[in-house]
Design a protein around this ligand. Structure first.
Ligand SMILES: [Zn+2]
Ligand SMILES: [Zn+2]
Length: 171
């Protein structure tokens, strides 16, 4: 995949989100690359491209099944593979044993909570600057990046703080 095409599709999706004609743009993105835009593929794409919680294929399948009862998990996987091939989503293998999907294809970090499994995007211009710097210094064309930080999210930390220590609770 060339960086040029990667960018074109990215801007197509941005335009799509703002144009109020998401289906037309998804259809165009598929057809430009020689894929048929079936209604199931469009529904799966719409779900994934508008979801920022980095869902798994299984989660996408359960959600799309609500409106498209005949959709199969295999169709979800094949559509996700197409979306990845044409550069509209990234496959993430951060949490062990499960692939999650991300429509945010700009350089950003992922904060994975090891307690609740939430995967949060974190963007900072410094990431783009770092990539440009490395790219120039190493004479290396960057087409993807990942920075995965594991820890405890704010919500889980607060829950932990409000739970009295075991010894105190037994008094
Ligand atoms: Zn958490
Ligand atoms: Zn992300």
């Amino acid at each position: 995949m060339s960086i040029g095409l990667f960018k074109i599709d990215y801007y197509l999706i941005i335009t799509m989100t703002n144009s109020g004609d998401p289906e037309g743009s998804i259809i165009k993105a598929f057809r430009n690359r020689g894929y048929r835009a079936t209604s199931q593929r469009i529904a799966i794409s719409r779900y994934i491209l508008s979801n920022h919680e980095h869902p798994t294929a299984q989660k996408a399948y359960l959600e799309v099944k609500k409106t498209h009862p005949t959709v199969s998990l295999a169709t979800v996987y094949s559509t996700l593979k197409i979306l990845n091939d044409i550069g509209l989503v990234m496959e993430l293998n951060i949490s062990q044993g499960e692939t999650r999907y991300d429509p945010n294809i700009e350089a950003h970090a992922h904060l994975l909570c090891i307690q609740c499994g939430s995967l949060i995007d974190w963007s900072d211009p410094i990431m783009g600057e770092l990539i440009s710097k490395v790219s120039a210094a190493a004479n290396f064309t960057v087409i993807g990046s990942s920075l995965d930080l594991k820890g405890i999210c704010d919500g889980c930390r607060r829950k932990g703080d409000s739970t009295p220590p075991r010894a105190a609770a037994n008094d």
